[in-house]
Ligand binder design. Structure first.
Ligand code: THU
Length: 143
């Protein structure tokens, strides 16, 4: 894990942060009160944002990361290079287990960034926080 204040990050990363922060403003989170924004960068350089969308049937809630990924995938096949998650929390929130699983499907080598509104940022390799992942390759293996 690496920690960096946001003012020291390169402009390309700053734009990923800005998209996640902007997406966070659209969060529908009347139950938890936690607004989460996410943004992904594909290996082709496209950016997609998402926010958490909660539901009165709590289990139907979807996290910001998966909203961003599903928006992206619905536009065509891709590989996830980077994922940014922005909350108003200290320390910043890392992706939940279900999101890690979904990121692993489309970006096993993804670099994750977690940041907050104060401008604190941490980064991880997905493999660092989600080792021994169950992947599409396991389904292809014959007994
Ligand atoms: N949440 C996310 O959007 N991403 C995560 O990785 C962690 C949790 C959302 C789901 C729910 O709306 C709220 O945060 C509290 O769990």
């Amino acid at each position: 894990m690496k920690s960096k204040p946001l003012e020291k990050v390169p402009p390309k990363l700053k734009s990923l942060y800005e998209l996640a922060k902007k997406s966070r403003k659209r969060s529908y989170s009347p139950y938890s009160g936690h607004q989460v924004g996410a943004a992904i960068r594909t290996s082709g350089g496209k950016l997609y944002g998402g926010c958490n969308v909660e539901n009165s049937s709590y289990g139907a809630t979807i996290c910001a990361e998966r909203v961003a990924i599903q928006k992206a995938i619905s536009e065509g096949p891709l590989r996830i290079a980077e994922v940014m998650v922005v909350t108003d929390s200290t320390p910043p929130w890392p992706p939940c287990g279900m999101c890690r699983q979904v990121i692993a499907e489309f970006g096993p080598d993804a670099l994750l960034y977690t940041a907050n509104l104060k401008g604190q940022m941490e980064s991880f390799q997905l493999s660092e926080i989600f080792s021994q992942a169950f992947t599409p390759a396991h389904l292809r293996k014959k007994k």
